[in-house]
Write a protein that binds this ligand. Sequence first.
Ligand SMILES: Cc1cc2nc3c(=O)[nH]c(=O)nc-3n(C[C@H](O)[C@H](O)[C@H](O)COP(=O)(O)O)c2cc1C
Length: 217
Amino acid sequence: MKLLAINGSPRKTWNTATLLQKSVEGAASQGASTELIHLYDLTFKGCVSCFACKTMGGASYGRCAVKDDLAPVLAKVLETDVLLLGSPIYFGSVTGEMQSCLERLWFPFLTYTDPPASLFPGKIRTGFIFTLGADEKMAKERGFDARIAMNAFLLKMIFGHAETLSSYDTYQFEDYSKVFAPRWDPAKKAKRREEVFPEDCRRAFEMGKRLASTSPL
Ligand SMILES: Cc1cc2nc3c(=O)[nH]c(=O)nc-3n(C[C@H](O)[C@H](O)[C@H](O)COP(=O)(O)O)c2cc1C
């Protein structure tokens, strides 16, 4: 049982990475071998519309033909039993790096048919962890949750399974007294980090355990 985790946050030890790490630990507790890749360590672009993945009879049909640092990561997706993704929400969507990764991950597997079909071989469990500065109310009102649901919809369509976990109202700055951010109450943020974030970590661990399940999909 192999789990591949991809961190779409530029920060390697903050909210998204911490929750990803908890999920990885949950999967490892079930015997999974795990690997965590930080997208911001890699140099790559999003989909360049070459359509090699859509060219019938071509060497890259159903696969991304672009050769850069993301290519070996996309190859690993074909070998993994579990795919775990994580991203902060930036301006309502995943980070630019994660979006570029998703374009390259999703587009080759999706057929331009009505309805679309998946060229991914078989089914695997997937999980997507999102972290947001917004609280639950704001995330719903501003449509962030709807964007999150769209990511889950596509993951399920392509890989046959998707779970998501959202961690809201995250603690964003190391020291709130040093940044100009009057919108946030540092005491409220600290309280939430103390009282709710540990529960989000626990949920992430449990999600990792579920994703490492060996029961057929
Ligand atoms: C450029 C930028 C844009 C952001 N945009 C949003 C947003 O639209 N909605 C939101 O809820 N949080 C937003 N945030 C806050 C982050 O999503 C949140 O702090 C997240 O937990 C950071 O993840 P990290 O700790 O893994 O870096 C933004 C943060 C940055 C730096």
